[in-house]
Design a protein around this ligand. Structure first.
Ligand SMILES: *Cc1c(COP(=O)(O)O)cnc(C)c1O
Length: 388
């Protein structure tokens, strides 16, 4: 679909202006069908033999899903994309397509906790070795990736939001012929395009900013055509975690307004960083800004604050009006997640415990409300919940 926008336009124009493949329709119809039939024997045989790429069966291909895939592939400057039923389906399917028993994955610390559980609880028992390294080690140790099949990255990473110098890590990986994969959910292609920085594979939890409306759970992977073909043929087809056409429709709709939403999230986040940094009850603000590393060009609305010991965090959470309590992020609504709650999440394999995160940290997802209203709410809760 996006091919119908000629020329070298910006992401903003591309996402808003791209036409669809469906006649004059400006949004793709929801192709709610499991299979596609063929006009004649020859056409059917050609498709089954892989000599045509007409849609055949919605588990591997559906035109509404393809419309979303084509649009996000353009935004990430990748050749192709493959969508999944969740961010975790995208992560697990992308990793499984490239690793086998005996391989090593080098993973960044403070990775998304369910990605960590996937590595530890599912991949390790199948004989895949996983080693964890700091952002700094990835950047400075040229031999860290020696013998590693895959570098699994997330930048900025989870809760502590450390940003990584991706061109440096991509250069180390090329030298060792290690495939690089990154979770780009925080920055979105608007603020970071990892494929243009030398990373091989980009993936997203599309449940967050790409959707933007907290109404769908989805994931997507973007890369070179041959890598996407491998993921589609192996793990999309055989594990079957496909995206539903209706959810793909919602995601295309989300992408149309991604630029406007990210600029609003950024404006609110900038205001919060300034005010939080000057607040006596805030010890630390964890929110990477533009250009702290090469290729990171903006600040999203997901950040953490470490609160002073005088703040009663449960009382603070219960005093907030506009901010609501919950997991996930990237929607129109503002949320807080006290790390103490995440640290106590059931299960012995908790990456936050392993890599160390202060239970004084609270994660904020700044939504699309008026930033002054949000700050007034936050500030009032902070001051009324502090012991004197
Ligand atoms: C939410 C999230 C995921 C998982 O995505 P789901 O769509 O919930 O499966 C992966 N990575 C990051 C950084 C996330 O925040």
């Amino acid at each position: 679909m996006a091919d119908s926008v000629p020329g070298n336009y910006s992401i903003q124009t591309l996402l808003a202006a791209a036409a669809t493949d469906f006649g004059g329709a400006v949004t793709p119809p929801i192709m709610q069908t499991s299979l596609f039939t063929f006009d004649n024997y020859h056409a059917f045989a050609e498709r089954m033999a892989g000599r045509s790429d007409d849609p055949l069966y919605t588990r591997v291909q559906n035109p509404t899903v393809s419309a979303f895939e084509n649009l996000i592939a353009k935004a990430e400057e990748g050749e192709a994309a493959v969508a999944f039923a969740s961010g975790m389906a995208a992560i697990s399917s992308a990793v499984i397509a490239f690793v086998k028993p005996g391989d090593r994955i080098a993973c960044v610390e403070h990775v998304y906790p369910d990605a960590y559980r996937f590595f530890e609880k599912l991949l390790r028992p199948f004989g895949v070795e996983v080693t964890y390294h700091s952002v700094e080690a990835f950047e400075t140790d040229e031999n860290l990736l020696a013998g590693a099949r895959l570098a699994y990255l997330e930048s900025p990473n989870t809760v502590v939001f450390e940003a990584m110098d991706l061109p440096a890590v991509a250069a180390h990986a090329k030298r060792h012929q290690t495939l690089t994969m990154i979770d780009n959910s925080w920055a979105t292609p608007l603020f970071q395009q990892p494929l243009t920085l030398g990373i091989d594979i980009v993936l997203h939890s599309a449940s967050k900013y790409l959707s933007g409306h907290s109404d769908t759970v989805a994931g997507v992977v973007v890369a070179r055509q041959d890598l996407i073909d491998q993921i589609r043929e192996l793990s999309l087809a055989l594990l079957g975690g496909k995206l539903a056409p209706f959810e793909a429709f919602l995601l295309t709709r989300g992408l149309r307004t991604l630029t406007a939403r990210m600029h609003q999230h950024q404006a609110t986040a900038n205001q919060f960083v300034d005010k939080l940094s000057a607040h006596p009850l805030v010890k630390r603000v964890l929110s990477p800004g533009p250009n702290v590393v090469p290729g990171l060009t903006g600040r999203s609305g997901l950040m953490s604050v470490e609160l002073d010991g005088a703040v009663d965090i449960p009382a603070f959470a219960d005093t907030l009006n506009l901010f609501r309590l919950g997991v996930s992020w990237g929607g129109f609504e503002s949320l807080v997640l006290p790390t103490k709650i995440a640290l106590e999440q059931a299960g012995e394999q908790n990456s936050m415990q392993r890599f160390g995160v202060s239970d004084r940290i609270v994660r904020l997802s700044l939504g699309l409300e008026d930033p002054d209203d949000l700050w007034a709410d936050f500030e009032a809760a902070l001051s009324t919940s502090a012991h004197r």
